[in-house]
Design a protein around this ligand. Structure first.
Ligand SMILES: *[C@@H]1O[C@H](CO)[C@@H](O)[C@H](O)[C@H]1NC(C)=O
Ligand SMILES: *[C@@H]1O[C@H](CO)[C@@H](O)[C@H](O)[C@H]1NC(C)=O
Ligand SMILES: *[C@@H]1O[C@H](CO)[C@@H](O)[C@H](O)[C@H]1NC(C)=O
Ligand SMILES: CC(=O)N[C@H]1CO[C@H](CO)[C@@H](O)[C@@H]1O
Length: 285
């Protein structure tokens, strides 16, 4: 895990993608069953950092099939901050962070961008944890069971994760009587090693989840900000050197404002000799 200071200098120069105004005819309608319900308010816990309240939502395990086992549920964690929110009567917006591969608190504590902008837009801030991470583990919260084999791990997919976000935010809006509040989704890359799962079949896509969310659920989100998202950054789609090229460019820009010590520190963080594959398979093109 890297420090906040590092994250902020890292995020700024990287490319951001705004996906406002993209229309899509190909969204997958998801099944909103009455199974999903919010737990009572007593389950909400203020965070030690004072940045949000922690809540849980009873989420459906499988959004796309109708087998009996598809109706299993799990507790999905989300973090919420309504301090700046203008409220439903003003149709004040909702800033939604589409959680990536890790505990959601870490992303909430390092995404100052949403907190910085929420007061100006009078936005509600919501961070949703990605299924199978942190406290959002299906199969009774037992990680060993949840990750034991294909029949349990098969529910870990970006398609299911996006449907989780759509289900949760839709229920939350109903609950808050804020059905007309526009939702803007945010996703940021958490580290430039491109994640722990890159050698596995399911590559989480990090910030790209926000862009995909806007594409698949245009009726739920009016826009997405996918910072440093590897939109086309997948093996064999783009040049394997794109990532390194853009990193080099970033260091060039950064070097104007950083001391040589900062730059050396960044290079040491970036260069990971233990990595089995070079960090150049994904691009930010
Ligand atoms: C929301 O975040 C601000 C800090 O930006 C904090 O002062 C406030 O207490 C938080 N509100 C909640 C409900 O956690
Ligand atoms: C997969 O794991 C689950 C939970 O541990 C277990 O009940 C099931 O029998 C396993 N299935 C196979 C095919 O190994
Ligand atoms: C990329 O292309 C090479 C050469 O065609 C192929 O061997 C490899 O399996 C491909 N990789 C992926 C992940 O599709
Ligand atoms: C059905 C349900 O979960 N209702 C909740 C909606 O939000 C209010 C206030 O935040 C709660 O008190 C309700 O329990």
């Amino acid at each position: 895990m890297m420090g906040t200071g590092f994250i902020s200098i890292w995020f700024l120069p990287l490319f951001s993608l705004l996906v406002f105004g993209i229309s899509s005819a190909h969204f997958i309608p998801i099944r909103f069953t009455p199974i999903a319900q919010f737990q009572a308010e007593k389950d909400s816990v203020s965070s030690p950092t004072g940045l949000y309240k922690e809540k849980f939502f009873t989420q459906i395990l499988d959004h796309f099939n109708f087998n009996p086992q598809s109706y299993q549920t799990f507790q999905q964690r989300y973090l919420i901050n309504d301090t700046f929110w203008g409220g439903p009567k003003k149709n004040a917006p909702i800033f939604l962070y589409t959680g990536n591969e890790g505990e959601i608190e870490w992303f909430a504590q390092n995404t100052g961008f949403m907190y910085d902008n929420a007061p100006r837009f009078k936005a509600l801030i919501v961070f949703i944890e990605h299924r199978y991470y942190g406290k959002s583990i299906p199969f009774g919260g037992n990680e060993d069971v949840a990750k034991s084999n294909a029949s349990t791990l098969g529910y870990l997919s970006s398609t299911q994760a996006l449907a989780d976000y759509a289900t949760l935010i839709t229920h939350l809006k109903n609950n808050l009587s804020a059905t007309d509040s526009p939702v803007v989704v945010f996703g940021v890359v958490d580290d430039f090693e491109m994640g722990s799962l890159r050698n596995q079949r399911y590559f989480l896509g990090f910030a790209v989840l926000a862009a995909w969310f806007r594409l698949k659920y245009p009726h739920v989100a009016i826009g997405a900000l996918a910072s440093s998202a590897p939109i086309l950054g997948f093996v064999n789609l783009t040049s394997p050197y794109s990532f390194s090229k853009i990193i080099t460019q970033d260091f060039r820009v950064l070097s104007l404002s950083l001391s040589i010590h900062d730059i050396i520190a960044i290079c040491i963080l970036y260069y990971n000799p233990k990595s089995s594959t070079p960090p150049n398979t994904f691009s930010f093109d």
